[in-house]
Design a protein around this ligand. Structure first.
Ligand SMILES: [Zn+2]
Length: 569
């Protein structure tokens, strides 16, 4: 078979064609796995399989045994390789592709947000109450509940809510709901009571505790100084709460066709993933980043304890947030902002210290991963990586810049020269295009979200979403790649349209490109013999529908390591 090229294939195939009972038992023992998927052989056939393998991009059938793909080809040749006992799945001509590997997520934060009450878009106090009541149902009596996103200017009376309205739906759970602006919040009576806020409490400096005509607190707390009185009483989540939120986030991830994530969360979250894995319920492969600035001995301990070899859950690069964000004008720029000449943004750490820590941590064998949004932060990061290579000599280190949003055009070739991976989020471009140019002006924007230019210079791309800053759906990213338009179709022809890239390039950056960014190329990201059986079945053939249909695409099935972790109904 033309596609069976891997050198390990002949041996594996020899076992595969043995009678079912012998072959499987031996294999399970040989692989030393307790996963039930290791027992299974499945033929997926009658599909339109996009392999993302440039040498052989299309197939109709796949043979999967345990965690891995054994063969890819046409229906007859693949079926002929399977034992009699193999399970057959009819793909019903649906489009199949490698699962997405989101190169940048915050699963722990997403979990917290899944437990919190989401109030964006509520149109009245009644609707807010309804959502709070749903949130109360997800919590135990007495547990704190947080929420955010409400905006009273959309409501008929445009009045702030009050504690009595919250008490009506949350009498036994302390509750605080932050306004969409982040500047004010409303708390219920129990939360005020636990924070010791009464009639007699004076306003803190820089904040206000709103009071009614009788002098009683209304529940509204204005500015951080006042909100903090309540926030400071909220305990950090228990492992049980963490698990509950992460389970919801994982379900969201699987439902959206994402089979691997590269994650920036707390160590407690990592331990939660491990507990989920030990229960046999992990539905996505996770590589966890560690905090760059932590003491080196601590990082080495985390690496030892978290491991680096389990393809389901392991530790990876060291993450540094080197600057802020463009929207709030805190991204570090080489020159002042075009719409506010008083600021050039901020670096979170002295460039000299970044360089010194980078050299030390690289020497200890860590991959480095710097969040850099502004052109100054990008240059400082590249300078640090250059200094690292000079100090510690050549090595396959795969340093990464996360976001690489606004890059000086002269720095783009440096990414390629220093072999720095640009880990970018296409849907950030969708969210930012309305105001990005006003922040940096018409010249600097030419190096903004510059996927095509990056590719032209041979820079390796790894794509993701920054979930849950953006929704996890990769289809929004695909749409951004090929159109650079808002979902409404504006601006027609795309914003900075010269930076559009093709669907195939976008998929590659989002699968094998992300895999390369975590040293997993050849193991996942393509559907070919020897790689993990991580794939998705979609309602739309992405190569045939109009780009505007991408975001209407439904994931019908998500398979990770041969195990179906999501099936649509
Ligand atoms: Zn992030």
């Amino acid at each position: 078979m033309r596609r069976l090229r891997s050198s390990v294939m002949p041996a594996i195939l020899a076992v595969a064609v043995l009678p079912v009972t012998i072959g499987f038992a031996e294999l399970s023992r040989a692989q030393g796995t307790n996963s039930s998927a290791a027992e299974n052989v499945t033929v997926y056939r009658n599909g339109r399989i996009y392999t993302n393998d440039p040498e052989s991009p299309w197939a109709s059938a796949m043979l999967v045994r345990g965690e891995k793909i054994l063969a890819v080809g046409d229906d007859d040749e693949v079926t002929a390789l399977a034992d009699k006992g193999a399970q057959i799945v009819d793909l019903e001509k649906h489009f199949v592709m490698p699962g997405f590997n989101d190169a940048h997520v915050h699963l722990g934060g997403a979990g917290e947000d899944w437990l919190a009450v989401r109030l964006n878009g509520v149109q009245s106090v009644a609707e807010l109450q309804k959502r709070v009541a749903d949130g109360v149902a997800r919590h135990k009596e007495g547990e704190w509940i947080t929420g955010s996103g409400w905006d009273h200017t959309f409501w008929p009376d445009k009045k702030f809510p009050n504690r009595q309205q919250l008490d009506a739906v949350s009498p036994k759970n302390p509750l605080i709901l932050t306004h969409i602006s982040g500047h004010v919040a409303v708390a219920n009576s129990l939360a005020l009571q636990l924070a010791g806020i009464t009639k007699a409490t004076p306003n803190p400096a820089g904040g206000e505790i709103e009071k009614d005509d009788a002098g009683e607190p209304t529940g509204m707390l204005k500015e951080g100084a006042a909100m903090k009185l309540v926030w400071s009483k909220i305990p950090s989540p228990t492992m049980e709460q963490r698990r509950k939120g992460i389970d919801l986030a994982l379900a969201d991830v699987a439902k959206n066709g994402v089979t691997s994530v590269q994650d920036n969360s707390a160590w407690e979250d990592f331990l939660t993933y491990r507990a989920i894995k030990n229960d046999g319920k992990l539905s996505v492969r996770i590589t966890e980043w560690l905090p760059f600035a932590a003491p080196l001995e601590k990082l080495e301990k985390m690496r030892r304890e978290g491991g680096t070899t389990d393809p389901w859950l392991r530790t990876g690069a060291l993450k540094l947030v080197s600057d802020g964000a463009l929207g709030s004008r805190t991204a570090a720029m080489l020159a002042p902002y075009s719409d506010d000449s008083s600021t050039s943004g901020i670096m979170t750490m002295e460039p000299k210290r970044i360089k010194a820590l980078a050299i030390e941590r690289d020497k200890a064998g860590f991959q480095l991963n710097f969040h850099a949004i502004g052109d100054r932060a990008n240059r400082v990061s590249l300078d640090a990586f250059e200094a690292v290579a000079k100090a510690n000599g050549p090595r396959d280190r795969r340093d990464r810049i996360e976001h690489a949003q606004i890059v000086a055009l002269s720095d783009i070739p440096r990414f390629a020269r220093l072999q720095v991976i640009a880990s970018m989020q296409p849907s950030h471009q969708t969210s930012d295009m309305r105001w990005a140019e006003s922040r940096v002006g018409p010249e600097r924007i030419k190096g903004g979200y510059a996927w095509a230019t990056m590719q032209k210079f041979g820079v390796r791309l790894a794509f993701g979403t920054d979930y849950d800053v953006e929704p996890i759906s990769p289809f929004r990213g695909l749409y951004a790649c090929v159109t650079r338009e808002l979902p409404t179709g504006d601006p027609q022809g795309g914003w900075q349209p010269q930076e559009k890239i093709s669907l195939a390039d976008c998929i590659r950056a989002y699968t094998s490109g992300s895999a390369f960014g975590e040293f997993m190329e050849g193991k996942k990201g393509e559907l070919k013999a020897g790689e993990f059986a991580d794939f998705i079945v979609l309602s739309n053939d992405l190569t045939k529908v109009e780009p505007r249909e991408y975001t209407n695409t439904k994931v019908l099935r998500t398979v990770v390591g041969g195990r179906t972790v999501y099936l649509s109904n």
